[in-house]
Design a protein around this ligand. Sequence first.
Ligand SMILES: C[S@@+](CC[C@H](N)C(=O)[O-])C[C@H]1O[C@@H](n2cnc3c(N)ncnc32)[C@H](O)[C@@H]1O
Length: 213
Amino acid sequence: MRTAAEFNLYYATPDPWHISQARFRDKVLRRRLKRLIRGKSVLELGCGEGHLTDAVFDKARSVVGIDISDVAIARAKSLNLPNARFECADFLQKSFEGYDVITAIECVYYLSFQEREVFLKKVAKEHPGKILLLSGPIVDYRRHFSHRRLMLEFTALGFSPLKFSNLSVYWYPPSFRIVAHLIKLPLGHAFLDWIPESMVYQRLYVLRAPKPL
Ligand SMILES: C[S@@+](CC[C@H](N)C(=O)[O-])C[C@H]1O[C@@H](n2cnc3c(N)ncnc32)[C@H](O)[C@@H]1O
């Protein structure tokens, strides 16, 4: 896991990952998540500067956004979003109890394989039978974030993968960029889930945490 100081270094410049320009990702997330989020209480892990809180989770009844970077959290608070409050913390140290939905969009791949197992077991214990939305690159990021490995891990820990959806196309080799551009055309998003796995960069998983025995 990276430290707060390391993430604050990223946030020395606002919007370090150019997330505010990821309008296609936001559009796809909005479409895929609206029924799961509307009217619900949401715990948003790794919320950063609050971009998704504003662009995707605005229809949630309430959102608690958690991020390890106090710099990012200060920026998120300055958005003054009516349905959200933000806290600076390592999400592995926060209680996951009492929410309808937990989201972990593009933040779990910063955990080591062992930490991810701790994270999933914590979700299973503190959020049993409820929905976890998790996303990240599945290009075997740091050799432990591939689709196959994730599915094995989810099922071994008793999670039910309800659905997965592709969010973006990998830019390498350069020939993939043609497809990456085509899916951004109007209605192109409808073909996202038809793209072969080898071309997929990021994927969203809708998971149900195991119910207590
Ligand atoms: C790539 S950014 C993604 C931000 C946002 N979820 C999005 O997709 O637009 C990853 C965020 O996760 C946060 N993060 C990573 N590990 C964390 C942890 N253990 N606890 C809290 N936040 C964490 C980082 O500080 C960073 O803001």
